[in-house]
Write a protein that binds this ligand. Structure first.
Ligand code: ADP
Length: 160
């Protein structure tokens, strides 16, 4: 059975992420969505909140698991016996950071492979930071995030 990791910040999960998850499931039997915790960043939602939104948004796919790590992705992968990571690519600007990450992971674990899926055009400009900014200013995030995330943002910011 083929399993891949889908690492990211997911603060919060968006429809762009869900599109990558759905398409990755056409390639892999199982997917582990791994929230990578960056101690240098203060997320908008807590780890538990983001994990629970990921679980709710992916509940229709029993092959998807959500977990988190504050360590290196390759160490998490070794621990789970999974050496493939799926990532999404939007504009060219994503490429440099992704190349650095893929080559670093390969250096740390030579068997580690990174697989890239191109964004769906409707999500080309969708990123979690945009969702956070729009919601914080009271804008409408419909069409950007799943309903469970919309609800949480509305709870937090009122009119979002
Ligand atoms: P972001 O905060 O930029 O949305 P994450 O770290 O949560 O990013 O993203 C995890 C992975 O999902 C990354 O590989 C990112 O490129 C990808 N991704 C995020 N949004 C999209 C999107 N709209 N289309 C395609 N891939 C995406």
């Amino acid at each position: 059975m083929s399993t891949a990791l889908y690492p990211g910040s997911f603060d919060p999960i968006t429809l762009g992420h869900l599109n990558i998850i759905e398409r990755a499931l056409d390639i892999f039997d199982r997917l582990i969505v791994v929230m990578a915790i960056n101690p240098q960043k203060t997320p908008m939602f807590t780890v538990e909140e983001n994990l629970s939104m990921i679980r709710e948004a992916t509940a229709r796919w029993p092959q998807v698991e959500a977990d988190h790590t504050s360590g290196l992705l390759v160490d998490y992968g070794k621990q789970r016996g999974v050496s493939i990571s799926v990532r999404g690519l939007r504009a060219v600007t994503d490429f440099e950071a992704e190349l650095t990450m893929a080559l670093t992971n390969r250096r740390l674990w030579p068997d580690f492979e990174s697989v890239y899926l191109m964004t769906a055009p409707e999500y080309l400009f969708l990123r979690s930071s945009t969702v956070r900014e729009v919601a914080a200013m009271g804008g409408d995030v419909a069409g950007m995030v799943p309903a469970c995330v919309e609800d949480r943002l509305r709870d937090r910011f009122g009119s979002a």
